[in-house]
Design a protein around this ligand. Structure first.
Ligand code: SF4
Length: 416
């Protein structure tokens, strides 16, 4: 059965306050990080744990922290990416609602490691409840001497600010998020320079996802070996998965990396809703290639197994499609989403996502010709790796993977 190992607060959904968090051992890791560890040691511990960014990219967290310039006169910023907007992804909002102090504690530890005295949490515009939970947690932390000047009497000063975005999907991309935080249009920036060198207000900045920062707390408490032992050699630890669609028990689960997908799906999630047959699974949010039911038989929930199966772990958002789903109809939906959310800076993405939507509409209306299927693939080739950010490639993933694995369903809609 699934259990909450690194996010114990999530098992107690009515305990979001400081008192309850302290009773569960909260802020012990912060005390340890401030009194018994040097900043470099904190970074080294996170590096050794193998923690990878849980927002979707999977980049090693400790390594990202160590990219900050060694000689630097400017302030260093920490920004928490709480703009969770990938369709199917809803695990970060549970951390913010039910374990807000774990996020605050993780951010304070990370701030100490990177020498930062001011951090920001950029939250998706629609997340009113998570915003209020975090607002309360920051206030409680301040009253308890865990925020502000001379935290826990150690001489470490830190202020944390919340920023509610306007609710654009692209603001989850780290450089678009920084632009939005600065009050500019939420459009991705060309990289390099990467935020670690030139981020918020042109200063060195670390942008980490909510789950990533919250996971730092148990790593500091129990040590990197403990964390490594929870997962596989290349994908250490646990991961939060949000599962939705045609599943008996949708929700947020913490899973040890390397767990067999079918074990998790059948034992914890109750399998396909209504006893129907599984048709397809999108394992990591809408921007990753979908898999057939047969592929899921051998799939494990870790980064490497997903890549071996021609997909990605992404944000850990599992979307389940049963035998009643028309794959082209589902892909039409996603194409509409990506066309709407493209920021429009790059021609291949702006035009390509629009063409995807038009062709998918034509297909569903029964007006497409056979060559339109090749046109979809051709457009995809001209988007991937030719854009400023990854949204363009994300729009291609459902089209390419569904055409490769469910082509007969597309052909059945063609009338020529
Ligand atoms: S790929 Fe799309 S969303 Fe990303 S910068 Fe280019 S136009 Fe904007």
């Amino acid at each position: 059965m699934a259990e909450f190992i690194t996010f114990p607060s999530l098992a107690y959904t009515d305990r979001a306050g400081l008192d309850a968090y302290l009773q569960m051992g909260g802020y012990k890791s912060l005390r340890k990080a401030l009194t018994a560890m040097q900043p470099g040691e904190i970074t080294e511990t996170v590096k050794q744990s193998g923690l990878r960014g849980r927002g979707g990219a999977g980049f090693p967290t400790g390594m990202k922290w160590s990219f900050l310039p060694k000689q630097n006169e400017k302030p260093v910023y920490l920004v928490c990416n709480a703009d969770e907007g990938e369709p199917g992804t809803f695990k970060d909002r549970d951390i913010m609602r039910y374990a807000p102090h774990q996020l605050v504690e993780g951010m304070l530890i990370a701030a100490r490691a990177i020498g930062c005295n001011r951090s920001y949490i950029y939250i998706r515009g629609e997340f009113t409840e998570p915003y209020r939970c975090l607002e309360k947690a920051i206030e409680e932390a301040r009253e308890a001497g865990l925020m502000g000047k001379n935290i826990l009497g150690t001489g470490f000063d830190h202020e944390m600010y919340l920023h509610l975005g306007a609710g654009a999907y692209i603001c989850g991309e780290e450089t678009a998020l920084l632009n939005s935080l600065e009050g500019r249009r939420g459009e991705p920036r060309t990289k390099p320079p990467f935020p670690a060198i030139e981020g918020l207000y042109g200063c060195p900045t670390i942008v980490n996802n909510v789950e990533t920062l919250a996971a730092v707390v148990p790593i500091i408490e129990h040590g990197p070996e403990w964390y490594i032992a929870l997962g596989t050699a290349k994908s250490p630890g646990t991961k939060l998965f949000s599962i939705c669609g045609h599943v008996e028990k949708p929700g947020v689960y913490e899973v040890k990396m390397g767990t067999r997908f079918m074990d998790f799906f059948m034992n914890d999630c109750g399998g396909v809703r209504g006893g129907k047959k599984l048709k397809a699974v999108i394992p990591g949010g809408s921007s990753v290639p979908m898999l057939t039911a047969e592929q899921c038989e051998t799939l494990c929930l870790d980064y490497e197994s997903c890549v071996e199966h021609g997909t990605m772990l992404g944000s850990g958002a599992i979307i389940v499609l049963d035998e009643t789903v028309s794959i082209p109809h589902a892909v039409q939906n996603l194409s509409k989403f990506y066309s709407h959310e493209s920021c429009g800076q790059c021609t291949p993405c702006r035009e390509g996502t629009h063409w995807f939507e038009m062709i998918m509409n034509k297909l569903i209306a029964g007006e497409a010709r056979r060559e339109d299927l090749d046109l979809l693939l051709d457009i995809g080739k001209h988007i991937s790796f030719r854009t400023i950010c990854a949204l363009g490639a994300a729009a291609v993933a459902p089209i390419e993977s569904s055409l490769a694995r469910f082509r007969s369903e597309y052909e059945a809609l063609i009338r020529d």
